[in-house]
Every structure is written in structure tokens, then in C-alpha cells.
Design a protein around this ligand. Sequence first.
Ligand code: NAI
Length: 251
Amino acid sequence: GKTFVVTGVSSGIGSDTAKLVRLQGGRVIGIDRHVPALTLDGFVQADLSTPEAIDAAVAQLPAQVDALCNIAGVPGTAPVDLVARVNYLGLRHLTEALLPRMPEGGSVVNIASILGAEWPQRLEAHRALAETAGFAAGQAWLAAHAVSQERCYQYFKEALIVWTYTQSQKTFLARGIRMNCVAPGPVMTPILGDFVQMLGEERVQKDAHRMKRPAFSDEVAPVVAFLCSDAARWVSGINLPVDGGLASTYI
Ligand code: NAI
């Protein structure tokens, strides 16, 4: 089987992804700040918000990683700096550290959000941020281009999509490694309460009602697993919505 590294493994989408790919014969090394309740093939407890902690975690990971599922994330009710660190800068740092350990055919899946759909409006900024080399350089760029608390979650999901697009071109052509995003709509996990706080009850209810209900995390996990599988070997540089069609109702 393949070796998967799954972040955010202790809850929600990460937990269901780990369960599924293990059932399918994969070996899963999880990373989270909280110890998971589920059985894994390995677990590294780490706070994915600093490059030092990420490097320490990377040192404990296997020499070959076939798939990296970047699922850990914090809501926009967290401080802007933490949202930047966990949802973007740290994710990028971990990915860059693991890419050299990935063989041809390897896959990286990043969890974005349908809330990251407005990136074309800020493409220049997201491209410039994507071009910063490393965690500290990214932070320095952000210090000069402040992001508001109100939009920080959306902003860093947008930035993640643009980074995934630009990186996937390089990693696929040079090394045959695919990078894709999955963009869920509302999912029934502990984070959903924070989204209500972030966006307002009305917006979240409206979105959930359009689709009749939020998604369950085990409806997102199979899509992540598919993108990591060889069946998806010609799928690279996309952002795949898993929202029951919600995004299409916005037009
Ligand atoms: P969740 O809150 O159930 O799981 C998030 C996991 O990430 C937790 O286990 C948490 O401990 C871990 N985590 C957070 N910060 C960390 C850090 N600094 N270091 C290590 N681990 C950390 O949430 P859910 O819903 O499973 O979220 C997974 C991803 O899906 C996130 O990136 C989120 O932004 C995204 N998403 C969720 C949606 C939803 O409605 N639930 C909608 C769209 C995107």
C-alpha cells in the first residue's frame, strides 16, 4: 500500500480520510495538535503553525511519502496571524519539506473551501505571495500587505488555491507529482460552529438550506482519497468543489 501523511487527522475530514484510505490498504501517518481517537499506522503530535514545529514533525516522518493530505485548518475566528500560519504558510512549509520524499505519481491534496472562490479578484496579490520563498519570506510579504480579520479565512483559502495551481505546474512537469485542491461547502464538523460566528447564522443557514443539509465529512473523504489514487493520475492543478452543487447556485 501507499504511505499517506494526513494532517488534521484527529477530527472531521482528516479523521474520515485516514479511516477510508486505511480501509483501502493505505498506511497512514497522522499529524495533529490533538491526539486522535482512531487507530493509525503512526502519529506525530505537532502544532503546524511554526516552521520549527513542522521541521521537528518532518524529522519523524517516513523516508517515502506517496500522498500528502493537507487537511488541518483553523476558522477565520482565529487570529489573522494564526490563520495565515496554519492554513497557508505552514501547509506550504510542510509540503515543500515532503516533496523531495515523494516519488513520481505522488499526490498532494490541499483542503481549500468554496469560500476561496474569489481569488480572481486578488490574483496579482496571491501570485506575488505564492512566489515568496519560504515561511519567513511569506510572513514578511504579509506584514507589508495586511489581511483583515473579516476576510482572512477566505483570503488564505484563495491564496492556497493559487499556490496549488502554480506549484502543480512545476511539480507535475518536473517530477510527476500531482497537486490539487478540494473545496468543500459547509461540512458537519466542529469547525462549522465557528463558520456561523464568522459568516453569520443567516448565511450559513441559507447555504445549508439550498442544499437541504450540510455535507458529512465522510462525503468529502472519498474525493480526497480519489485524488490520491492512481485513478486520478491525469488530474493535476484543479480545485474540485465538494459542496453538493452549492457553488453553482451562486451564479
Ligand atoms: P475540524 O475542526 O473538525 O478539524 C480540523 C483539525 O485540524 C483538528 O483536528 C485540529 O486539531 C487540526 N488543527 C488545527 N490547527 C492545527 C495546528 N495548528 N496544528 C495541528 N493541527 C491543527 O474541521 P474540518 O471541518 O475537518 O476541517 C478540515 C479542513 O476543511 C480545514 O482546512 C477547513 O478549513 C476545511 N473546510 C471545512 C469546512 C466545514 O464546513 N467544516 C468547509 C470548507 C473547508
